[in-house]
Design a protein around this ligand. Structure first.
Ligand code: SAM
Length: 272
């Protein structure tokens, strides 16, 4: 039996290759301090494949020797931290918006463009379902990471993750697990019917999605260098109706990017 290294080291040249590949395919910039993060997440994958070095792994991806390996790499390297009702002020804003008379009369469309494992789109959906008629809203939830999107579709979470969901939403839209599912909950059918999950990479040409009243793109732009951030904003804002709202994370800003966004409060912009 030949010996296999327990931990596979990556040198600067190899790291640069992965840095460039990830940037090109997703827009995400991995700074050199993220080297341990990269090896921490990929070492096991290399072992599973029986690949002995990062140079060999890179070659195998580029030459498409393993099917779907590029997507697996992307799934390993995106940061998917999220939570239900994260940055709650945005959900208060959405609730107020949906309470406006013009929103009660027509179909309201929302796009959650970095949906991760579903906590954010389901939080949006709870507000929409609570404020609008059942057949009056539609939500598209997308992400570049196919694995977290699969988790989002399933909508199954540990009970602790639901701690920030308002009690009446929890009771109305979530089903508590029993028996072997004790300690977990699942999102109920009332919300699921109005949500479409779709893998969308924001740096690639975007598919036809129609026009939206609100776009949530929170805590994803921070991973992109300035030129890619601008490209992503330029692309996504074309899907926003005139007068529609674009919401980014609290630590992000659209100031200095596009001229037709008017700030209505920090991290919330209106297309004029
Ligand atoms: C930190 S999470 C934020 C999740 C959620 N929006 C929130 O604020 O809680 C960033 C998400 O952006 C996604 N992402 C990164 N690059 C992307 C791209 N090029 N296209 C689409 N999604 C991307 C990641 O997969 C990840 O799920």
């Amino acid at each position: 039996m030949s010996e296999y290294p327990v931990s596979i080291a990556i040198d600067d040249q190899e790291f640069k290759q992965f840095q460039q590949l990830l940037l090109e395919k997703t827009g995400i910039f991995l700074s050199p301090v993220k080297k341990p993060l990269l090896t921490g997440r990929l070492n096991r994958r290399l072992r599973e494949l029986g690949v002995r070095s990062y140079a060999d792994y890179y070659r195998a991806i580029v030459l498409e020797e393993f099917p779907d390996e590029l997507q697996i790499l992307i799934n390993c390297l995106t940061t998917n931290e999220t939570a239900f009702f994260r940055e709650p002020r945005h959900f208060d804003f959405l609730r107020d918006l949906c309470g406006r008379p013009e929103f009660l009369k027509r179909m309201v469309r929302v796009w959650c463009a970095a949906a991760s494992s579903g906590e954010e789109p389901y939080s949006i959906a709870m507000v929409l379902a609570d404020t609008l008629r059942h057949d009056n809203w539609e939500l598209i939830a997308s992400d570049v990471n196919s694995e977290v999107l699969d988790q989002a579709r399933v909508g199954y979470y540990a009970l602790q993750r639901g701690a920030d969901i308002p009690k009446h939403y929890l009771q109305r839209y979530c089903l508590k697990g029993v028996g072997q599912h004790a300690g977990a909950f699942v999102i109920g059918p009332e919300l699921r019917g109005n949500i479409r999950f779709q893998r969308i990479n924001l740096v690639e040409p975007l598919p036809a999605l129609g026009q939206f009243d609100v776009i949530f793109l929170r805590n994803a732009l921070i991973y992109f260098p300035a030129d890619i951030k601008l490209h992503v904003i330029e692309q996504t804002r074309r899907f926003l109706k005139l007068g529609g709202h674009f919401i980014v994370g609290h630590s992000e800003t659209l100031l200095g990017t596009v001229s037709d966004f008017k700030p209505v409060s920090p991290s919330i912009y209106r297309r004029i």
